[in-house]
Design a binder for this molecule. Sequence first.
Ligand SMILES: C=C(O[C@@H]1C=C(C(=O)O)C=C[C@H]1O)C(=O)O
Length: 450
Amino acid sequence: MTPPEREALASARPAADAALVSRSREVSDVSFRAFLAARDPPRVHWASPGGLELVAGGAATRVAAGGPDRFASLRTDAAAVFEGADHAGPPGARPRMLGGLSFEPDHEPGGSWGSFPAALFVLPAVQLTRTDDGTWLTVARYDGDATPAAVEAALDDAAAALESLPMMRPSGGNPGVRGTRWRTPKDEWTDQVEDVIERIRAGGLSKAVLATALDVDLATEADVPDVLERLRRTYPECYRFLVQPIGGDAFVGAPPERLVKRSGDAVRTEALAGSMPRGDAPEADASHARSLLESAKIRHEQGLVADTIAAQLSAFGAVREGERGVRKLTNIQHLHTPIEATLEDDVHVLTLVEALHPTPAVGGLPLAEALATIRGTESFDRGWYASPVGWFDADGDGEFAVGIRSGVVGGTHATLFAGNGIVGDSDPDDEWEELQPKVRPLMDELASDE
Ligand SMILES: C=C(O[C@@H]1C=C(C(=O)O)C=C[C@H]1O)C(=O)O
């Protein structure tokens, strides 16, 4: 990203005399991959398991923010964009802001995160939305000349362009991997885990989530729409997202973990922590699941996450914790507790995100001590890894996933991320083994399948 581009992103604000106009039209189902491949950046993709699925390109407008007030700044700027919005179309295709935030509020773009400010949300120019009511094409504009007639004409053009897209775009195949390098080799990782354990034993810290990055050299350029399409088939039980602010580097992932969903006064979240592999045979798989449910260490670690989330949500309304169980993913299983709340007041989903992020599933406990430990120990830039990624609308409804099982992909390079909760009785060798399945979702889609 050139300095002027970075400047433009960092200062993305609503314009004084602009109005938001959007129009949607039902279209016959079309390949999301082909649509995404044909769009210019910014490009975004969001899919929740069994729910909303959308792909979009271009920006009608965007809001960006950084520093300790970034959530307040986003809420204010987004409210200005949504004010007086003129949308004709089904509720499922209503205007949404899509994007995410960095793990730390004072994040500065750089390295793999060169085109990612501390918070960025895009209101897409052209979007395909798949809902229970069919597939909808939406065009939005936010400027002084955005009249309904102009937007309808742009919708006609976008619909005509859809006609020329192939129904099914043939897959280009995986890019292939030339080499990989952990940012923290095993001996360094072991030292880091031991340091964290020592801090925990010294008192004042119960848990810290230690993460690292895997640099991947690709044999050919990765085709991000292809990667997302394959993740849809291999990890159907996970979210899928893409945020590509400028072109080049794209943040993609298939996280299993919901940070929060707000729909009216209903709030849903979950505590997901503790990991075991999947077994090859049903008996082995069930035995791993039993180990998750019976391990005192894992129950303690996941219990801390559930209690903290429930306590934070209780500031907003009545909280109900569901039954603890095992969440099975394609290549890993976790301990899981569903958590729901009923809001007493009209609270924006961004306010809930602000209260919950980072949960002890990706930060630690107590939070301040855990963050100081993470900053003092990790030798890579988390950027947007383990951060909120999702969408919100004019009413403050929305849904956010935790940006794990993720990586930054650009050209012939990818950086993948993985982390584990460290507690007092963690074993560095086990923690090293646990990192491996967490980079696999993306790694499997990058490595050649032969
Ligand atoms: C931090 C990650 O995952 C988190 C940490 C887990 C753990 O400590 O076992 C399990 C699930 C996630 O909450 C990651 O995938 O990078």
